[in-house]
Design a protein around this ligand. Structure first.
Ligand code: NAI
Ligand code: MG
Length: 499
């Protein structure tokens, strides 16, 4: 650990605070309070106590942010050469790197996630800006063959002002993967981070200003979904909404967007299977399953929350898995434990309720199954890493997203059965496949209804790979060059040039 990181962590652990955090919304190039003056608190999930306060925004603050964005669209930002936009994004990537320690400590304290995971998220955010910096001057159109008398071409224009509703599980990553391509396309943005984790988006906006982004191009309004999120997604001045969160809220966002016919990308979570065949490399599969469900305490849209395992390997695999799970240490995120707390008291209660209900319906626990308590955990929001085998595949614990460190177990005897189990929920975000049989891996990759397939490494790939869901997991793709397409629209221009 570097000296500065060590000092920041010690200070945050000793005082429960971080000095100099932003306190306002970031609108039109500067921090400013809510027009109502209202504030709310953010909690440290590792202690269950408030550690910072921030502006509680409402419709008036959203109006100011959207107006700032609309003004910015007709100013210096529009007239800037795309290559210069790229240089600003490149500087933003560098500044995220220079401020990585502080960003990671803030992210860890605000969300509860392990410091090492927060550091990875911050590196990923810098990488997103680096990647999309290179796209700015390559968003080129085509010319179409209309014959000698006509000329046809397409241009890719920025869609306008884009809204980004950001969840609490990956605050800086989700902000970066939305903002970087939107800015690369030449849009202006208004981001609304989750009320549980408002801080890193504000810090990011300030770094973008430092990188040279003109005032009003990037705005962040903090506050609750109901008070600040709802007026943003219903705003007539918004041209595109990128929403990451729950299915229920996503449906509400679609309805709010409909009267303005605002286009949407929805990333709504999943119930993703990790399919393990008996011919796989068992150690690699064990590593993969552990990471797929216990990273960030399972609070990942793309978590591998269902182990789908070949019957002949099941007993052996579960014995080793349970041993690893029981060996995971729990602790405050900043101490880099095996697993950190969950993000909120509400989330903890949801997890506890879902596991208890499955138990009452006859599910069998292989590990965990309760809140984690102990002197060293204090009042923090901890849940034991859990493995649970349901009474049936139709059980709610298999069908519904828990968003916690809870792995379900299902088994199969044939490839056909594995496929049926993999496709056997209403979600379609990710599937992991562990097998030595190349043909089988690719047959399943072909037939599984999901936006992402990971073969022999869960979470393989990076910002280069498009990411998004099918069915209840949402629609549209972020990341990769597909991610920029959300923020550009094609204009066709056709002309008669001779008669
Ligand atoms: P949520 O979907 O309500 O919150 C996500 C974001 O939407 C937050 O920024 C929130 O302020 C905002 N929001 C809430 N209501 C809104 C509205 N009417 N208009 C615009 N924005 C609004 O999710 P919540 O309640 O925090 O978590 C509940 C469950 O949702 C979790 O247990 C998990 O299953 C799922 N979830 C999935 C995520 C994913 O990565 N796909 C992320 C967060 C939650
Ligand atoms: Mg917090």
């Amino acid at each position: 650990m570097s000296a500065s990181l060590d000092t920041l962590v010690k200070e945050a652990l000793a005082t429960g605070r971080i000095a100099g955090l932003p306190e306002g919304h970031f609108i039109d190039g500067r921090f400013r309070p809510s027009q109502s003056g209202a504030r709310m608190e953010s909690f440290d999930p590792g202690r269950g106590t408030a550690f910072a306060s921030f502006a509680a925004g409402a419709a008036a603050d959203i109006d100011a942010a959207v107006e700032a964005g609309r003004r910015a669209l007709t100013g210096r930002w529009r007239d800037m050469k795309p290559a210069e936009r790229g240089r600003i994004l490149q500087r933003a990537a560098a500044l995220i790197g220079e401020n990585a320690d502080r960003l990671a400590v803030v992210e860890s304290l605000d969300s509860g996630k392990k410091l090492a995971e927060a550091q990875g998220d911050v590196r990923g955010a810098a990488r997103a800006f680096e990647y999309y910096a290179g796209a700015c001057d390559k968003l080129q159109g085509d010319s179409m063959p209309l014959g000698r008398d006509h000329f046809g071409m397409t241009v890719h224009e920025p869609v306008g002002v884009t809204a980004h509703i950001i969840p609490w599980n990956y605050p800086i990553s989700t902000a970066a993967r939305g903002l970087a391509p939107a800015l690369a396309a030449g849009c202006a943005v208004v981001a609304k981070p989750a009320e549980q984790t408002p801080l890193s988006a504000l810090l990011l906006a300030d770094l973008l200003r430092e990188a040279g982004l003109p005032d009003g191009v990037c705005n962040v309004v903090t506050g609750t979904g109901r008070e600040a999120g709802a007026p943003l997604v219903a705003h007539a001045g918004i041209d595109q909404i990128t929403f990451t969160g729950s299915v229920a809220t996503g449906i509400g966002v679609m309805q709010a967007a409909a009267p303005n016919v605002t286009q949407l990308v929805l990333e709504l979570g999943g119930k993703s299977p990790v399919i393990v065949f008996a011919d796989c490399q068992v150690e690699a599969a064990l590593d993969g399953v552990m990471e797929a469900i216990y990273e960030n305490a399972g609070q990942i849209c793309s978590a591998g929350s269902r182990l789908v395992i070949e019957e002949s390997l099941k007993e052996h695999f579960l014995a080793h898995l349970a041993e690893r799970v029981n060996g995971l240490s729990l602790g405050h995120g900043l101490t880099n434990p095996g697993m950190g707390p969950v993000n909120s008291a509400a989330q903890l209660a949801k997890i506890e309720g879902m596991v208890a209900a499955a138990g009452a319906r006859g599910a069998r626990l292989h590990a965990g199954g309760a809140r984690a308590e102990g002197a060293e955990l204090g009042q923090g929001w901890f849940y034991q890493p859990t493995i649970i085998e349901p009474s049936a595949s139709s059980d709610a614990i298999v069908q519904e997203e828990v968003f916690g460190p809870v792995l379900t177990v299902q088994s199969f005897a044939s490839e056909e059965e594995a496929l049926a189990l993999a496709n056997g929920t209403s979600y379609g975000l990710v599937a992991g496949i562990y097998t030595a049989d190349f043909g089988r891996a690719h047959r399943l990759a072909r037939d599984i209804d999901a936006g992402q397939i990971y073969i022999n490494e869960y979470f393989a790939g990076g910002v280069e790979m498009p990411f998004g869901g099918n069915r209840l997991s949402g629609y549209g793709r972020e990341k990769g060059l597909d991610g920029v397409k959300n923020y550009t629209r094609v204009k066709s221009i056709a002309a008669r040039i001779s008669r």
